[in-house]
Design a protein. Structure first.
Lengths: 252, 252
DNA sequence: GAGTGGTCTAGACCACCCA
DNA sequence: GGGTGGTCTAGACCACTCG
C-alpha cells in the first residue's frame, strides 16, 4: 500500500477509498496486523482525516477492521458464526446453552416488554442478565425477563447474583415450552451494553428478541444484544459457513 | 422542541443530543412529520452541523428517522416485521413466497459462493434476481445462485427476464428439499443494491444467507439484502410483535 | 433557483493506552 | 509523555428535489 493518489472519479472519495483499502487488506495485510495511524493514512491518500475515517468506519461496520482508542487499527479476523436458533425449541439455561448467568434483579421492564409479557406497566419482573462468549471474547449480553406468573414459587427467593439467576432459570425448566418466536433487528449499543461488549456507546449491534410461550402465554422474553461487527448469527445446524464478505467482488 | 441549550455533561455531545432528540420525537412529533433542516437544528442546539449529523445518523440507524437528499428529514414509521424463516422449510418461489422474480442471468459467482455450491471457481451458474415488497416499499433484494447440477434440464433455456427466472424456480421445485440453514449479518449496501432499495451506497443492510440442500448437496444459495433501517426480521410465526425501540428507557 | 441533505476540508482538543 | 483513535468546529461546495 504505497503513497497512492486517488484518481478523480465521480463517486465519493470515502467510497472509493474504502474500496482501495479493502483490496489492500485482502492482498497486503494479514489478520491482527496493525495499520498505519489515521493521520498518516489520510496524508498518504491525500484526503482529510475525517474523510479517511468515513472509509474506516464502513470497513469496521463490515467487520474488516477493529479500532481501539489509544491502541490503533488492526485487521479483524473473519466474523464468528454464533448459533442463535436451534431447530428444536428449548428453554434458556438448559443443557448445552451457550449463555452464562451473571445476575438477577427485580425491576419494571419498559412498556413494550411489559405488553409482551402481559404484565401491568410498572410491575416488576425477574430480570436475568446473561452473557455469551465466543472465541475468548464476549459477543453478546442478554436481559431475560420472567414475570412472576411464570415462576410462582420464586417470590421469596434469598439467593443473589449468579446463584439467583440460576434459580430462576431452573424454575423455568419446570414449565412445558409450547413454542417460541424470534426477531432480529439492527440497533445501537446503549451505554451499559457497550461496556459489556467492550465497544463505544452507539456501536452497531444486532438485537435478537425471543418470546418463550408456556401455559398459553408468554412465559419469558429475552432481549439479546450481539456485536454486529464481529458476529454472524446462524439459524441452521451448520454455524461454520462463510459466504458474505469475500475478497472477490460479485460478478455482474 | 424549543431552543434548547445542552447543559455541559461528560458524555459526548452527539450522544446527549441523540437522547434529547429521541425524546422529542416521542413526545412532540408524529410519523411522517418533517423536522427542521440540519442547519437550523444545529443552530438551535448550539452545535456544529457535523455534530448534529452524527446524532441524526444514529437515529436513522435505529429506524427512528428517514433522511432524503433534496427533501428533508422525516419521522420514520415503526419498523415492519418481515418473515424470514418459516417453521417448515420450502423452496424459494413456492406458493406463498413473498418474493417477486425480476430476471435471471448466467454468471460466475464470487469465490465463497462457488465454494458453498461446490462448483469450480469461475464456473457460471444461474443467478435469479428477486425483490421483496412490504407496505408498498421495496425492503429487500436477493440473488439466488443455482448451479447447473441442480437444474440439469435447463441448459438450453430460451426465455429471458422474469420468465426465465420463473423457469429456474419451477425447475428447482422438482427436487426434494432436504434442509436449509441460514445466517444473518450486518453489511453495507453495494451500489446496485442501494439503488434497488432507494438508499445511498453504504447504507446499513441485513444480509441473510440461506443454503438449500437437496440430493445431498447445496442445490441453491440465496443472498438476500434487507434495509436495516426499516426492517425487523422475524423467524417465528408471529411477525406482529414489536419489542425493541420503546419510548421508555429500560428500568435499571 | 431555492432549499435540502451529502461530501469534504484543515484544523483543534480530548480520552485512553502503554512504555 | 508520546501516540492512538474519538469528538468537535466552522466553514465550503456538491447533488438532488421540487415548485
Amino acid at each position: 500500500m504505497g503513497t497512492t493518489q486517488l484518481e478523480p472519479v465521480p463517486e465519493p472519495k470515502y467510497w472509493h477509498l474504502k474500496t482501495v483499502l479493502s483490496e489492500a487488506l485482502d492482498s497486503e495485510f494479514s489478520v491482527g496486523e496493525i495499520l498505519p495511524n489515521e493521520r498518516d493514512l489520510a496524508a498518504r491518500f491525500g484526503v482529510a482525516r475525517a474523510t479517511l475515517r468515513q472509509a474506516l468506519e464502513q470497513l469496521e461496520l463490515e467487520g474488516r477492521l477493529q479500532r481501539r482508542r489509544g491502541v490503533g487499527t488492526t485487521v479483524a479476523p473473519p466474523r464468528v458464526g454464533v448459533a442463535v436458533g436451534s431447530p428444536q425449541h428449548s428453554w434458556p439455561g438448559s443443557a448445552d446453552d451457550a449463555w452464562q448467568p451473571v445476575d438477577c434483579v427485580r425491576s419494571a421492564p419498559p412498556a413494550a416488554v411489559a405488553a409482551a409479557l402481559e404484565t401491568a406497566a410498572g410491575e416488576p419482573v425477574h430480570v436475568v442478565r446473561r452473557s455469551r462468549m465466543s472465541g475468548g471474547q464476549r459477543v453478546a449480553t442478554e436481559l431475560l425477563h420472567v414475570p412472576d406468573a411464570a415462576v410462582p414459587d420464586l417470590t421469596a427467593i434469598d439467593a443473589a447474583g449468579a446463584a439467583r439467576a440460576r434459580a430462576v432459570l431452573r424454575e423455568l425448566q419446570r414449565l412445558e415450552l409450547e413454542g417460541q418466536d424470534r426477531a432480529v433487528e439492527l440497533g445501537s449499543a446503549r451505554a451499559d451494553d457497550a461496556k459489556d461488549l467492550d465497544r463505544l456507546p452507539g456501536a452497531p449491534v444486532l438485537v435478537v428478541t425471543t418470546r418463550f410461550f408456556a401455559e398459553g402465554r408468554t412465559a419469558a422474553l429475552s432481549v439479546a444484544t450481539y456485536r454486529a461487527d464481529t458476529c454472524r448469527l446462524t439459524f441452521g445446524d451448520s454455524p461454520d459457513v462463510e459466504i458474505h464478505h469475500d475478497p472477490e467482488r460479485r460478478a455482474s
